[in-house]
Design a protein around this ligand. Sequence first.
Ligand code: A2P
Length: 259
Amino acid sequence: MFNSFRPISLLLSQPFVHFQGENPKKPGAPNTVRLYSIASTRYGDSFDGRTASLCVRRAVYYDPETGKEDPSKKGICSNFLCDSKPGDKIQITGPSGKIMLLPEDDPNATHIMIGTGTGVAPFRGYLRRMFMEDVPSFKFGGLAWLFLGVANTDSLLYDEEFTNYLQQYPENFRYDKALSREQKNKSGGKMYVQDRIEEYSDEIFKLLDDGAHIYFCGLKGMMLGIQDTLKRVAEQRGESWDQKLSQLKKNKQWHVEVY
Ligand code: A2P
């Protein structure tokens, strides 16, 4: 079980970071590296190229039997980061991985982004690039469509930013939320991102057929549900999902970063 989100700005940019801090269980020894997606573009939130933002969720463990917090099992790196103070030195290396880099070859492309929780991080960076930064080499004129799954309205991340884009760029941005503990899917169960995907499946399939990129970031568990949904939709349309998926991968339209 987890609580509390905290945006953190760090020196360095790019999509992935190896993280180190002191291992509280082995004083003097470094922590093993952790990977975090970066929630800003190479220019950083202050546009000077000297910071990068992460979206970190403090991992807290509650004993399922007693319901009490057990600090010995809390997330080491997330707590280390969330407890850090401005001016603290944090060692980072990287970046690593290219799968979640935003392809910028076609500024009019369609990008369908599916995220759960802090998995919104890379998409927040993409959307800044598309709608907030003034970059002469990349004038976005395509469609960005974000599906964001969180527990409830209170746990929405960067909602104000995204709502602003929606108002400013209604032709270029779509934003659909799946609030699992506030909304129900059509079978009366929790509303998950895969339920939203199913709702818009005809449009999504058409966009994919026309070359859209699709990205997934967040909980590993969502991929199973999403693949089941996509397979079911493909079958209803008389298409083979396996063939479609291998074509999407071959065309480099399929981008997955889950943990
Ligand atoms: P829930 O926790 O209500 O089951 P988290 O905050 O843990 O990162 O989760 C973000 C969102 O992803 C929550 O709404 C959570 O719902 C949802 N979620 C959890 N498991 C899955 C899954 N297998 N597929 C899709 N969404 C999921």
